[in-house]
Ligand binder design. Structure first.
Ligand code: SIN
Length: 530
């Protein structure tokens, strides 16, 4: 029989949103943070450029609000954006009081600029290791609460749902299925970049939270909006390593393989145009020059400045024989962030009682159709704290309900007896990633999306299987998310924000509507922007 455990609060995921939620919940009961890898293995840890916040003398929250709406291309939920920009400064000052060391110019915080920001408002730490600094400070803070426990290498198989309420989750840990019963469950599992063959995301970003929430009956929203980052290192010998947008913020230039600067031909903001515009311009140059990459050029910048400002990028590229101070760096776009996800209100609540979500897995509508650079770490802090606060105050599940459930024979015994294995799962994973990159990537059209739909349908038998290994469970989740993105992209017959259809270049009729989807719905639904 599988192990059972009761906690007050279960948090799934240990990036910025999960840790910030844990801190909020620590004084309200027992908290368990489960994560499928090491606690530090999340997109937060790898975030380079920084965290946007209106704290500089030249900035105002109102300007940050306007820039976020503009990047979101008409589909942001304004109440969520207002909360983000207004509560952001308080969350950052709190982080500094907990020991966060952001880079300074003398005694003043040093702000940089990134694409589509009209002010310098990006804080950074240790040059280009901002996410790592956040993770360090938040983990230290979490460790100071005896009420918070962590289970690393614990994979969430599915949520425990009875009568439309969430009572925790089934976790695969040390090869065994554990039922963790909780009075509130907060999903903070991050993104899904791994469903594309080119991505800046770490290996853990397989869309697990989106898929398990969908299977549990949660409403998903805006799944067609995937952001592609223009510059990830392109070398057959190197991993797909992010080259931060802040490099362009500090003056780096994009050149095609003939060494010609090209961004000025595409947009007045040149290298600092929004990510979707820069990514498409790069693809266009790659097609024109019959190449699989372009170059990022920093050679006109001072060598010592580059080494000090981008130490992690400098040393990583050097490991792969690219000296960014002396030579052009081969780059190409890669999947970076999913704007859609589990639909929540601005307090992190989903449509399922007892289930909350925050960070990249959630869709508060704060990013609209395209996320403003460096807004995601801030989102994790602001909405992680809010989701934690709401979970503590609502407590939709009574302790007595958990005790009754605990006595029931839980279906996890079924999980164990009926599990399957899929010998060719690595091959399917590889093909799935390639399919999504080629057919549902930066530039989509009816034909490419139709091909993807057909191919995905051929793998749909996997969705009904029960697996008990991490890689197979991940594949099942990746397939679910791939289908959701593809179907939403087919339905949106127009180009908005990061969703670009070469067969529908205009926004299209009814473009202000959000696409939502819940398991069991016969078809995707449209909902008007709030
Ligand atoms: C970057 O440093 O370019 C990534 C920042 C972000 O995605 O917000």
């Amino acid at each position: 029989m599988a192990e059972k455990e009761i906690v007050d609060f279960l948090i799934i995921g240990s990036g910025v949103a999960g840790l910030r939620a844990a801190i909020e919940l620590a004084s309200h009961g027992s908290v368990l943070v489960v994560t499928k890898d090491r606690p530090t293995e999340s997109s937060t840890e790898y975030a380079q450029g920084g965290i946007a916040v209106a704290l500089s003398d030249e900035d105002e929250v109102g300007i940050h609000f306007e820039d976020t709406l503009k990047a979101g291309d008409g589909l942001c939920r304004e109440d969520a954006v207002k909360i983000l920009v207004e509560e952001g400064p308080e969350r950052i000052l709190e982080l500094i009081s907990w020991g966060a060391e952001f880079d300074r110019e003398g005694t003043k915080l040093d702000f940089t600029i990134e694409a589509a920001h009209s002010r310098k408002r990006i804080l950074h730490a240790h040059g280009d290791a901002t996410g790592r600094e956040l993770e360090r400070v938040l983990l230290n803070k979490v460790r100071s609460f005896p009420s918070v426990k962590k289970y690393p290498f614990a994979f969430t198989i599915d949520l425990i749902i009875r009568n439309g309420k969430c009572y925790g989750a089934y976790i695969l840990k040390d090869g065994k299925v554990n039922a963790i019963f909780a009075r509130a469950t907060v999903l903070c599992t991050g993104g899904a970049g791994q469903i594309f063959s080119r991505t800046t995301n770490p290996l853990v970003a397989t869309g697990d939270g989106i898929a398990i929430a969908f299977r549990a009956g949660a409403v998903l929203e805006d799944m067609e909006f995937v952001q592609f980052h223009p510059t990830s290192l392109y070398s057959p010998l190197a991993p797909q390593f992010l080259l931060s947008e802040s490099m362009r913020g500090e003056g780096a230039i994009l050149r095609n393989i003939n060494k010609q600067r090209f961004m000025e031909n595409y947009h007045p903001m040149a290298e600092l145009a929004s990510r979707d515009i820069v990514s498409r311009a790069i693809i266009s140059e790659m097609v024109k020059t019959n190449s699989d990459h372009v170059y990022l050029d920093l050679t006109h910048l001072e060598k010592e400045f580059i080494k000090k400002r981008f130490p992690r990028i400098y040393s990583t590229c050097l490991q792969y024989n690219v000296d960014i101070t002396k030579e052009l760096v081969p780059v190409s776009p890669a999947a970076h962030y999913i704007m859609g996800g589990v639909k929540t209100d601005t307090n992190g609540a989903t449509n399922i009682k007892g289930l909350y979500a925050a960070g990249e897995v959630a869709c508060t509508g704060v990013h609209g159709a395209n996320r403003l650079a460096s807004n995601s770490l801030l989102e994790g802090l602001v909405f992680g704290a809010r989701a934690g606060r709401t979970a503590a105050s609502e407590l939709r599940v009574k302790s007595s309900e958990l005790r009754v459930l605990e006595d029931l024979k839980t279906p996890n015994s079924e999980l164990i007896t009926h599990h399957s294995s899929l010998p060719d799962h690595e091959e399917i994973r590889h093909e799935l990633k390639k399919l999504m990159w080629e057919r549902v990537g930066i530039i989509r059209c009816g034909e490419s999306l139709g091909n993807a739909r057909e191919k995905l349908a051929g793998w749909s038998f996997i969705l009904n299987k029960t697996f008990l290994t991490r890689r197979e469970l991940e594949l099942k989740n990746m397939l679910t998310v791939a289908e959701l993105i593809t179907e939403a992209a087919i339905l949106r017959k127009g180009s908005v924000g990061a969703h670009y259809r070469s067969d529908f270049l205009q926004r299209g009729e009814g473009w202000q509507r959000h696409i939502t989807w819940k398991k069991g719905d016969k078809e995707l639904k449209h909902e008007f922007v709030r």
